[in-house]
Design a protein. Structure first.
Length: 190
């Protein structure tokens, strides 16, 4: 007796809304990780600048931010990182092909006048190791960030010296406030 494919069709019909619901839930969970991370990072940078000047804030992005991202990754069973098209630390900030595409899209959206404050992107991506849920939250350059990421004339000699010591191949300069500096990227295996 031939098996009917009818139950598979029903399963597919019911699976699509369930997947959409799961994606919405994962997006909310990702946002709930990214936003506090970004807020804490901004607080740490502000504290460092207040206590020791902009060159002290370099250590926040160099040491504290990766530790915070690693802790959030372990706690939540995901991979959380900060990525950019113009990296300061190639070991930690280089965007993969999917992230590059999203960052380019963020930049295009800002160029068309969209505000980056709530800019994010989610997608389920087929990869060789299986499907992954991918999430990115844009990081816009804030006015205080030009001390380390601005144009060369905005970066003090002390900061330039420190950047040259810590990041001899630094590409993360030349930004103006409001531009996309990068993004928080979260990847979750499905």
């Amino acid at each position: 007796m031939k098996k009917s494919s009818f139950p598979l069709v029903l399963l597919a019909l019911f699976a699509a809304p369930a997947l959409a619901d799961n994606i919405a839930i994962m997006q909310e969970e990702s946002r709930a990780m990214a936003l506090p991370f970004m807020k804490k990072l901004a607080e740490e940078n502000k504290k460092a600048v207040t206590e020791g000047g902009p060159e002290t804030a370099i250590m926040v992005c160099k040491d504290i931010a990766p530790n915070m991202a690693g802790e959030a990754s372990r706690k939540n069973g995901v991979r959380m990182t900060r990525v950019s098209l113009k990296v300061r630390n190639p070991m930690l900030g280089t965007a993969d092909a999917w992230e590059q595409k999203v960052l380019q899209d963020f930049e295009a959206r800002v160029a068309k006048g969209e505000k980056p404050d709530n800019m994010e992107f989610v997608e389920v991506v087929k990869e060789p190791a299986g499907n992954s849920f991918r999430y990115m939250k844009a990081i816009a350059l804030q006015s205080g960030c030009v001390a380390c990421h601005g144009t060369p004339d905005q970066i003090s000699a002390k900061v330039r010296t420190r950047l040259n010591e810590d990041y001899p191949n630094d590409k993360a300069i030349g930004y103006v406030p409001g531009q996309i500096r990068g993004a928080v990227s979260i990847k979750r295996a499905l």
